[in-house]
Write a protein that binds this ligand. Structure first.
Ligand code: WTA
Length: 664
């Protein structure tokens, strides 16, 4: 129960936040601006006058074995190539370069285990381990171009694995640890992975979840998959299949310690990362080497105003998402940053663990998702207030729109009103941050990602005419290629063109988000226009969840929508029709949620299941999700004239209001 002083503190805080709500713009604090890497607004103008010159300068900050001949080959849009003819290696840029230049003893990661265990890993340590593991992968038959799956929790070996793949030119395919083994299998199958790196067990708020055993249950019979490497992290017993499975520590110990980094073509594939699209089949986003590293390195340095000698940087995402790839691994390491890596959840062993970690390592830059901030608001400001957060100087937000209230709380309670907030808009597809403030230059408005990063060209187009809107709401597009853009959808070229480059032609990238520009030209990203739902910053497709639900034996049909949710941004709501005369009850609900957890992962389980005798369909049998969204949001129904049976809607409205009454 809250004490009296906490209650009055809460009231006072609410009053102060209400006052801040009146502030239209937050200028960069003068002390921050003075020391910022970028403080002259002319950078925007220079980059837009000569984008290729700007990106060239960013690429020149990296180490290249041989320089490119052409910065951008745009002769066959949308198949763009960057830094054509150049060769480099991502792991060399992230490791060797720092060690050779005398930064080997710098800590790359302060790793902290869920149980409080601590490990400081220097750049020299990482380089040594990566070389050995790269050789071990070669010993297991992995060759340049072979796909390697990685299904690991937030342990240092996940970084080692990614860099070892990059070192030998084997594209990795990381699957977020919250996905189920089924989802891993599917992604290994689509990408024809040759080897999978996984773990015995993973920490889950005080218990250990078996991982290898789950993987074994589903991974048989994949012809491409030859080997499984198992990291012994928790000492969980697991069976090892002779001839297929090996322990990470054993092969690393046996491997040659010296593995020079391969000089790879700038367009050599670095990784595939599966993400949700409009259909049930996830999209394999393909990123390559030179352009990607240029994009993540430059954005990481300038958006976070990184001073690698003094900053301690913490991106509190999971490496399994693109945020982790670009801003836990490749951006920070290429810039020689010292980062924090936390194995666990934000509320275990207590709800103040993040703030304890910030105090412990004197974190100066924090990058996290609005969902986490909203959870912290709910838990109360007494948690952060117990800790010294004075080391923080910059805050970042990513993954979903941040509502002004959460922005202001972050600004006041965490940032002590002295830290600029960078609300960064981007996607798995864009590889790097695209729309964001520059913290020493841009005046921010809570809830707006502000302006495109220098060298990035965004517009909001009128939905019907396709004309750019200087002010108003429409479809967000990127109108010129950028170095870290996806190159294709793995093995699905037609889908790549169809999804991103068909609506406005082959030179205009359709983002899939609606956005608004205000009178000052600020961008406000509103949310997806397709059937992608964003639950706590986790991207899911409604079709993917539907296909998991209908796998349950009792289910005849399902329609899934995203409903606005105060805590998670959006929540999954499923309208479900059962087989024949079956009646749904609590155990059916649990069964369906369990099926979704098995097929996709626990984070995809529907928050609400609404039984429907029938679903609203057009005469041709297409489910009208738009009407289901109207019902769920309590809005007046849109156009119902194309419905086959309008009576369906009345029944569903009734069900939804009954369910809401129960929940209240
Ligand atoms: C949403 C995560 C508003 C958006 C990096 C986008 C955001 C999708 C923001 C990509 C933001 C991400 N403001 N919306 N700052 N950042 N989004 O691929 O809908 O997991 O299209 O990449 O998240 O999600 P993804």
């Amino acid at each position: 129960m809250a004490t009296e002083s906490e209650i009055s503190d809460g009231d006072q805080l609410d009053r102060e936040l209400a006052e801040l709500l009146e502030v239209e713009r937050f200028e960069p604090p003068p002390e921050f601006r003075e020391r910022a890497l970028l403080k002259d607004p002319a950078v925007y103008e220079q980059a837009s006058r000569d984008p290729l010159g700007w990106w060239t300068r960013q690429a020149e900050d990296l180490h290249w074995f041989s320089r490119w001949d052409t910065v951008l080959d745009d002769s066959d849009p949308p198949f763009y190539k960057w830094f054509v003819g150049g060769t480099l290696n991502v792991s060399y840029n992230c490791l060797d370069r720092h060690v050779e230049e005398g930064r080997g003893e710098r800590v790359a990661f302060h790793w902290r285990g869920e149980d409080g265990q601590e490990r400081d890993i220097t750049y020299a340590d990482l380089l040594a381990e990566v070389q050995r593991f790269a050789n071990a992968l070669k010993d297991l038959g992995v060759r340049k171009g072979d796909v390697v799956g990685i299904y690991l929790p937030m342990i240092p070996e996940v970084v080692v694995s990614m860099l070892a793949c990059a070192r030998i030119g084997a594209p990795h395919n990381v699957v977020f640890g919250g996905f189920s083994a089924e989802a891993v299998r599917e992604r290994m199958e689509f990408s024809q992975a040759k080897l999978l790196i996984t773990v015995d067990g993973a920490a889950r708020k005080g218990t250990t979840a078996p991982v290898k055993d789950r993987v074994d249950e589903v991974m048989g019979g994949l012809p491409s998959l030859e080997k499984i490497v198992v990291v012994r992290s928790k000492g969980t017993a697991c069976e090892m299949q002779q001839g297929r499975d090996v322990f990470y520590d054993e092969i690393v110990a046996a491997a040659d310690p010296h593995c020079p980094a391969e000089a790879l073509d700038a367009e050599h594939p670095l990784y595939i990362l599966y993400t949700s699209g409009s259909t049930a089949k996830p999209k394999g986003i393909l990123h390559t080497t030179g352009g990607y590293l240029t994009g993540v390195s430059a954005t990481h340095r300038y958006v976070f105003d990184l001073k690698p000698e003094t900053d301690v940087y913490w991106c509190a995402a999971d490496v399994g998402w693109v945020t982790g790839h670009s801003y836990i691994v490749y951006g920070p390491l290429s810039n020689g940053a010292t980062s924090v890596m936390w194995e666990g959840a934000p509320d275990y062993p207590h709800k103040g663990i993040w703030w304890e970690i910030i105090e412990r390592y004197r974190v100066s830059i924090l990058y996290c998702a609005p969902t986490a901030i909203r959870a912290c608001i709910k838990w109360g400001s007494q948690w952060p207030r117990k800790h010294d957060l004075s080391s923080l100087r910059l805050l970042g937000s990513v993954g979903e729109p941040i509502n002004p209230k959460a922005w202001l709380w972050y600004h006041k309670v965490i940032g002590g009103e002295r830290c600029p907030i960078v609300d960064t808009w981007w996607q798995t597809e864009t590889g790097a941050i695209m729309i964001t403030p520059l913290p020493g230059i841009t005046a921010t408005k809570p809830g707006s990602a502000t302006f495109p990063f220098p060298g990035v060209f965004a517009e909001v187009l009128d939905e019907s005419t396709g004309e750019p809107l200087p002010e108003g709401q429409g479809l967000l597009v990127l109108t010129r290629p950028w170095p870290s853009m996806l190159r294709t959808l793995y093995k699905e070229e037609d889908r790549f063109i169809e999804t991103y480059f068909s609506r406005f032609g082959r030179e205009t990238y359709l983002v899939g988000d609606a956005a608004r520009r205000d009178k000052d030209g600020y961008f406000w990203v509103i949310g997806r226009i397709d059937d992608v739902v964003n639950v706590s910053g986790h991207r899911l497709s409604t079709a993917e969840v539907e296909s998991a639900i209908v796998a349950h034996v009792d289910v005849a049909e399902a329609a899934v929508i995203g409903q606005h949710d105060e805590d998670t941004g959006q929540a999954i709501v499923a309208f479900v029709t059962l087989q024949g005369t079956l009646e749904g009850d609590e155990s059916t609900i649990e069964g369906i949620r369990g099926t979704v957890a098995d097929r996709i992962g626990k984070f995809a389980r529907p928050k609400r299941i609404i039984w429907a005798d029938d679903l609203p369909k057009t005469r041709s049998g297409k489910i009208m999700r738009r009407l289901l969204r109207d019902i769920a949001e309590g809005r007046a129904l849109g156009d119902v004239t194309t419905l086959r049976d309008p009576a369906v809607m009345g029944e569903l409205e009734q069900r939804v209001s009954e369910l809401q009454a129960q929940e209240d």
